[in-house]
Ligand binder design. Structure first.
Ligand SMILES: O=C(O)c1ccc(O)c(O)c1
Length: 240
């Protein structure tokens, strides 16, 4: 079989690790040049998730944290495909999401934002892609929230997304935003991304054809794992 063609990313288009307008990047960014580690057995192999590890409600954030009712907020479907650099589907891949509720509050002890917690919303979900690389979640559209970057810094509504490879050490993490959100171009984290096309690729598109009438609005977000069309991943640093 002919080996698959590999299209290299343009690494100059990756956000710099050190971006002073995104305050926490200052203490987090490496002071020394990066080194490349050789893969060992634990990076290449290991336990993986199978269908039996996934509960049927794991991809339904409207129902997977029930405490007497449904969560408040805009009901949405989030779907898309996980693809390789040649737009081939990546099947049986674990996709996980985590997010704030409709008020912009995370169910996390360190989140002290005054937006209300929702007793019926946990904010975490997971699923495996199907044979065609499709994934599907039902959830609530997260709210925007303020954060202590500079005075009046607001995060646009966003959902964190993690994709695992064939071992737990192979993990890519990104955040998706929502089409039409006026906060996107003001976000200090988004503004670290030098390539406007890479930002566009992080924006889930309204998918009116796939809405569920009288129930949920649908957004579509495809994830490209590598190559020149790769989605931008926050844990894949420049030079990697
Ligand atoms: O990296 C951070 O500091 C940071 C702050 C706020 C967020 O919403 C986030 O996703 C990351």
């Amino acid at each position: 079989m002919k080996p698959a063609e590999y299209y290299q990313r343009d690494r100059t288009l990756h956000p710099p690790a050190y971006a002073p307008d995104y305050k926490t990047s200052v203490s987090r960014s490496p002071r020394l040049p990066l080194i490349s580690l050789q893969n060992s057995a634990s990076e290449i192999t290991g336990p993986v998730f199978g269908h039996r590890d996934i509960d049927p409600l794991d991809n339904d954030l409207v129902r997977n944290f029930p405490h007497g009712g449904d969560p408040v907020g805009e009901r949405i479907i989030l779907h898309g495909r996980v693809l390789d650099e040649n737009a081939r589907p990546v099947p049986k891949t674990l996709v996980e999401i985590w997010q704030a509720n409709a008020s912009g509050r995370y169910r996390h002890r360190k989140d002290t934002y005054l937006g209300a917690l929702d007793p019926n919303f946990g904010g975490c979900g997971r699923t495996l892609t199907d044979d065609n690389g499709n994934y599907f979640f039902r959830t609530i559209k997260p709210g925007a929230y303020p954060w202590r970057n500079w005075v009046n810094s607001w995060r646009p509504a966003h959902i964190h997304v993690s994709v695992f490879g064939s071992a737990f050490a192979q993990r890519l993490i990104t955040q998706l935003y929502f089409e039409g959100d006026p906060l996107i171009p003001h976000c200090p984290i988004v503004k670290t991304i030098p390539d406007p096309e890479a930002i566009e690729q992080l924006i889930a598109r309204l998918d009116l054809n796939a809405t569920i009438p009288l129930d949920a609005i649908t957004y579509k977000f495809d994830i490209v794992l590598r190559g020149r069309r790769s989605t931008l991943f926050e844990n894949r640093l420049e030079g990697n």
